[in-house]
Design a binder for this molecule. Structure first.
Ligand code: SF4
Ligand code: SF4
Length: 300
């Protein structure tokens, strides 16, 4: 008699051909798709372990849609908010939902993970001269995307894909199916070579001084305050705590929208990244809504 527990006995291990799964996602609008085996994920941090959400996960399918080049604007813009955030998140969540059902119809349990506006914990440390905050999402999509071979984490703290730089939005589905994984990329202590080659343009241009050349490090308080030197730290922190506390699954840790204030207007660190091949679309890389010629002087 088998010693396995009843729930595990019921889960048949059946492969899903990677080409079929990826074909489904691409046919339904994904621009990038990668697969990671669950064995690659650290168990050390709950928000990086897919088994926190679906105990029998075997494969993590990560996919992305790109933001239209002209909609990826660094300043407040209705096209950036609508077509860089809300609309893409909606489309990705819809695709994750449909893909989960597609897997379910083939005999697998699958759990779609939410795209964007997903922050479940806010830690605040009162420091001088300004406070520190740390936002954590329920599932670290950037980490999963690196393990699925979609790109690497740049100095801007975002996933940098080979084709689109950071001009993408991510989503994922956890599945009990065995799906052939893609080759992972390095996730660790060192910035990718392309960041060193670029000269840390995003670090220099960040209006909040929220970035450093430390891999994946973003000062969330500064990013949310955007111009921290112009605001009162105590009042800003009070507002952030009021907006962010006790509202699960509302906020994204980057390019956020506040719940009771204006949408986050800054995406400078994503839009100026030279890794975005979309910049070949125009001889003037700053020719986008919101950019003026003098911005070039500030950035370079
Ligand atoms: S702007 Fe430069 S340093 Fe920043 S993420 Fe892109 S390549 Fe890396
Ligand atoms: S979104 Fe803006 S403020 Fe935040 S890290 Fe990027 S450049 Fe800095």
């Amino acid at each position: 008699m088998s010693a396995s527990r009843p729930a595990e006995r019921r889960l048949a291990i059946v492969d899903v051909p990677a080409a079929e799964a990826k074909g489904y996602l691409r046919d339904h609008g994904a621009d990038l798709v990668g697969v990671a085996d669950v064995g690659r994920f650290s168990r050390a941090e709950a928000h990086r372990d897919p088994r926190t959400h679906l105990r029998w996960t075997r494969s993590v399918v990560v996919f992305a849609k790109r933001v239209p080049f002209a909609s990826a604007t660094p300043y407040p813009s209705i096209t950036g908010i609508q077509f860089g955030d809300f609309n893409l998140e909606h489309q990705l969540n819809e695709l994750a939902y449909r893909f989960a059902l597609w897997l379910e119809d083939r005999g697998h349990i699958a759990m779609p993970m939410p795209a964007g506006r997903d922050a479940v914990s806010l830690e605040v440390r009162q420091g001088a001269p300004e406070p520190e905050i740390r936002l954590t999402g329920s599932f670290d999509l950037r980490y999963a995307a690196v393990l699925a071979g979609l790109g690497q984490i740049g100095a801007n703290g975002l996933l940098i894909s080979e084709a689109y730089g950071s001009r993408i939005r991510l989503c994922a589905v956890l599945a009990t199916a065995e799906i052939a994984p893609d080759a992972p990329l390095p996730f660790g202590d060192r910035l990718p070579d392309f960041c060193h080659a670029c000269g840390y343009r995003c670090v220099q241009a960040c209006p909040a001084g929220a970035l450093t050349a430390r891999p994946g490090h973003v000062e969330h308080y500064r990013c949310l305050a955007i111009r921290p030197e112009r605001v009162d730290p105590e009042a800003t922190l009070n507002r952030l705590v009021k907006d962010l506390s006790g509202k699960p699954l509302i906020m994204a840790a980057k390019m956020l929208s506040y719940t009771s204030a204006a949408p986050h207007p800054c995406a400078t660190c994503a839009t100026l990244c030279p890794m975005d091949r979309g910049r070949a679309l125009t001889p003037d890389p700053y020719l986008r809504e919101g950019w003026a010629a003098e911005d070039l002087d500030q950035v370079l």
